[in-house]
Each structure stands twice: as C-alpha cells, then as structure tokens.
Design a protein. Structure first.
Length: 115
C-alpha cells in the first residue's frame, strides 16, 4: 500500500509556523517567571495592599513617600519568603511577609544571607 504524503499550502505552513513560534514565546515567558530572581518577582500590587492595610508610621498616609521608613520583607524573597500563587500561577511576594522598618535599620540589614 503506497504511503500518502500530506501536502500543505504555503499559507497553512505559515499558520503552523506562527502557532509554533507563539507557543515557544509563551513557554519562554513562563520559564522566565519561574526562574526569575527575587528582584523580578516583587509585586507593586502586593506592596500597595500592604500600604493600604498598614499606613506609614510617620505620616499615617497609605500612599506616597514615608519619611524615615522602608517596607521590608520579614523573610527575604531570596530565602523563599512567604509567597502566594495567583490563579495564573505566577508567584509574588505577599503583604503578610512585609513590615515597616526604620530606614537606618533596613539599610544596615541589607542583603543578609539566608539562615
């Protein structure tokens, strides 16, 4: 029995190529989120939630500059700090792992190693 070859038109080949390219791009983005270092997974949304629930100690404001204070991660993200997974599967830092820390203490603390 002869083998039948499937022939595709140029437009079908272009559509397949575009689909495969899109799949590779999506896979690359997902991989980048998974292996991203701690600085890349910081979420402005989570920081905003923290600020909304915990006003600035010096001004009482939930927005803007907070003189003399920094938002600090209790368990550093580099040490697998407390995280949550969204419905999209991306991992971000969470407000439960944040605290207000006086700026001078936070600068002294710096990037300490994980214990």
């Amino acid at each position: 029995m002869p083998r039948h070859q499937i022939t595709r038109s140029t437009s079908e080949k272009a559509q397949i190529y575009a689909f495969v390219t899109a799949c590779i791009s999506v896979a690359t983005l997902i991989f980048a989120f998974v292996v991203a270092d701690a600085h890349e997974v910081r979420s402005r949304v989570q920081r905003h939630k923290f600020r909304k629930e915990n006003p600035c100690p010096s001004t009482g404001s939930t927005r803007g500059y907070c003189p003399g204070w920094h938002v600090d991660h209790i368990v550093p993200l580099a040490c697998e700090g407390k995280v949550f997974v969204t419905r999209h599967g991306f991992v971000f830092d969470s407000p439960e792992n944040m605290q207000w820390l006086p700026a001078n203490e936070n600068l002294k603390k710096g990037a300490q190693g994980c214990k």
